[in-house]
Design a protein around this ligand. Sequence first.
Ligand code: DAT
Ligand code: MG
Length: 246
Amino acid sequence: MSSSSKLYQSASKAARSLLSAVSQAQRSSSSSVLTAEGRNAALATLTNLGRKTLPTVYSYHKAGGSHRHAHGWGWLAAVPAAVYMLQDQEAHAAEMERTFIAIKPDGVQRGLISEIVSRFERKGYKLVAIKLIVPSKEFAQKHYHDLKDRPFFNGLCDFLSSGPVLAMVWEGEGVIKYGRKLIGATDPQKSEPGTIRGDLAVVVGRNIIHGSDGPETAKDEIALWFEPKELVSYTSNTEKWIYGVN
Ligand code: DAT
Ligand code: MG
């Protein structure tokens, strides 16, 4: 198990025990259910997790520090929020990867941009870069350099540089491999129905979309098509509903 998975699990466990302590306390009208000692232990758990991995939670706790010694149950209101923030951070602790996806000139001309983008969006992946460009033939040759000895290489590069290409970077857990599943087999005659090529393309020479085939190519292709400043890192509000461990 990777260290981030371990962190992920220990954060989950801490979040769950906090939630159960809180709901137990909320079920009882007596304020003695969760003692000051227990409360401080719970907050210490959050703080320790925060120090290690969860800066948002830590600063949240620090910002709310004045409530620590307050009497009553006011501080409890902060706990579920902190737990959700913890879960937010958990999502980030998971290993996110990025892949390069491009809608080729045939897909753009056929008006399939929104259809294809929506399949990645609906799955739960996050768009972190996008632009419409007409690549030069030299650029297309760089992109497809692995195929330079294939008989179709020249025609393929002519085609890729024949019109606008929608270049994108998508982020998510397992997005490189699963993105290829969404796309389907290279030859649309063999792509399964339900995949992008299976549903929307007929022949290999017009298979409408490109997707990186592994972590190394993903890295190289993102670097070829985008400058680092064009990649936008942000937190999506839906992440806590897309990632989580129960
Ligand atoms: P993929 O695009 O699924 O990663 P690939 O990297 O093997 O497939 O090939 C790149 C593109 O080259 C592919 O999308 C379409 C074209 N191509 C592949 N095999 C071909 C063939 N046998 N005849 C014509 N074009 C082909
Ligand atoms: Mg390929």
